[in-house]
Design a protein around this ligand. Structure first.
Ligand code: UD1
Length: 420
């Protein structure tokens, strides 16, 4: 199994280009099911999760043509509506095919995604909302079996809790439903905004884009015709490299980013003492000698993203004083704590709050990645640890970071992919 070997202590310098957002690309790939024509996607990140979802469409009968960071997906040839366990178990986001498959084909079976390392992650809100739109849903043999023989019907959906995937599934389902769907307490992440925009550009009337109340007028089963879609920049990848600049006290420029989407992370970095130059779609982070501690509470966009929690924890290890980090979205998203402590960090956990105390030095060690963002936190810590750190189980990393070692290497880090 591959692992990453990192020699800490290098100052980084230079510029890199940020890839397309995995979390924007996934729902958009699922949304292509709403069309029976070819859809061209560009700025696709070259990461495993994207390949997994495209493979799922391929199994359903879609025709896919790959280009350089792009592809054309034609779902006109879909001949199965069963999203099998073998794929869904590899990636929870496969549940995003549920809404569009049901809306277009009036029936589907999608394997239950189950829990994952960061928590239970139920899909009850997705199912409840589809039932409100007239779907009959049964859970049998580990599958969600859904049918709506007369098509889905628009209605008022009130999400008890803000859910990114749930909002996306219902936006897609509502696009082909009969009549108007209103989603109250919708998520409003940039990835949701892009999904709404591409569906709106395909002719569906959507009001309230970017707000917590969306109104969608469905086409009553008529498939959509999408324009070419360019995936937005990955705000989590960009935030991770800003943290790499901050932790190594370096000047790094990121190209092809949207600073607006990074506001919550940049605000925290500014509180810590960092400063930025923003020039169009480029951001440069400038070095700062002593970082201040910060308190962080993860919450929905535009608040501080849970997907940046682990990286900021790595950063807090070297800041003066105590940082308190509270995780509000996932119940078990602190698996990186014990691994960071193996490198010499001083982090205490109480419930969903981590207290991070400054240590003078970190020491390289063998550590294990436990989930996607935990992997990048270990790499950030390794960049400033004395000696060599080997980060194992990096298949988590490959799910969501395009060529992380290549990008860090080009910035001057000593990092190498090795085979165990
Ligand atoms: C998405 C992101 C993930 C990010 C998360 C929160 C993708 C592919 N993944 O995940 O990177 O960390 O948003 O920003 O975009 N919940 C329920 N019932 C449901 C659905 C969700 O209780 O039916 C709960 C979840 O367990 C969690 C919270 O709601 O505690 C938020 O989850 P959700 O926003 O749905 O996250 P995902 O869409 O899975």
């Amino acid at each position: 199994m591959d692992y990453l070997k990192i020699e800490g202590g290098e100052t980084l310098k230079g510029s890199i280009t940020i890839s397309g957002a995995k979390n924007a690309a996934l729902p958009i790939i699922a949304a292509t099911i709403l069309s029976d024509k070819g859809v061209t996607l560009t700025n696709l990140p070259n990461v495993i999760d994207i390949k997994t979802l495209i493979k799922l469409l391929d199994i359903l009968g879609a025709k896919v043509k790959y280009g350089e960071k792009s592809c054309i997906i034609n779902n006109g040839t879909i001949n199965s509506t069963k999203a099998v366990y073998e794929i869904v178990s590899q990636m929870r986001a496969s549940i995003l095919v549920l809404g569009p498959l049901l809306a277009r084909f009036k029936e589907c079976e999608v394997s239950l995604p189950g829990g994952c390392a960061i928590g239970q992650r139920p899909i009850d809100l997705h199912l409840k909302a589809l039932e409100a739109m007239g779907a009959k849903i049964e859970i049998k043999g580990g599958y969600v079996k859904a049918e709506a023989p007369n098509g889905l019907v628009g209605t008022k959906i009130i999400f008890d809790k803000i859910t990114v995937g749930g909002t996306e599934n219902i936006i897609m389902a509502a696009s082909l439903a009969k009549g108007t769907t209103t989603i109250i307490n919708a998520a409003k992440e940039p990835e949701i905004i892009q999904l709404c925009e591409i569906i709106r550009d395909a002719g569906v009337k959507i009001d309230g884009i970017g707000t917590s109340e969306l109104t969608i007028e469905g086409t009553d089963g008529k498939p959509l015709k999408f324009n070419e879609i360019e995936i937005i920049p990955d705000r989590i990848e960009a935030g991770t490299y800003l943290c790499a600049g901050a932790i190594t006290n370096s000047t790094i420029t990121l190209h092809k980013v949207n600073a607006e989407h990074l506001r919550a992370s940049m605000n925290k970095l500014e509180e810590m003492g960092c400063s930025f130059d923003i020039d169009g779609d480029s951001i440069t982070i400038k070095p700062v000698k002593n970082l201040n501690s910060v308190n962080i509470v993860t919450t929905e966009y535009p608040g501080f993203p849970t997907d940046m929690q682990a990286q900021f924890m790595a950063l807090s290890i070297i800041t003066e004083g105590e940082s308190l980090i509270e995780e509000r979205l996932f119940e078990n998203r602190f698996m990186h704590v014990s691994e960071l402590n193996r490198l010499g960090a001083n982090i205490w956990l109480k419930g969903n709050i981590a207290a991070v105390h400054k240590v003078e030095e970190l020491y390289g060690a063998d550590v294990m990645a436990t989930d996607l963002r935990a992997s990048s936190a270990l790499i950030l810590a390794a960049l400033v640890a004395n000696g060599t750190t080997n980060v194992h189980r990096i298949y988590h990393l490959d799910r969501g970071y395009e060529d992380l070692e290549g990008k860090l290497l080009s910035l001057g880090a000593k990092i190498q992919r090795c085979k165990a």
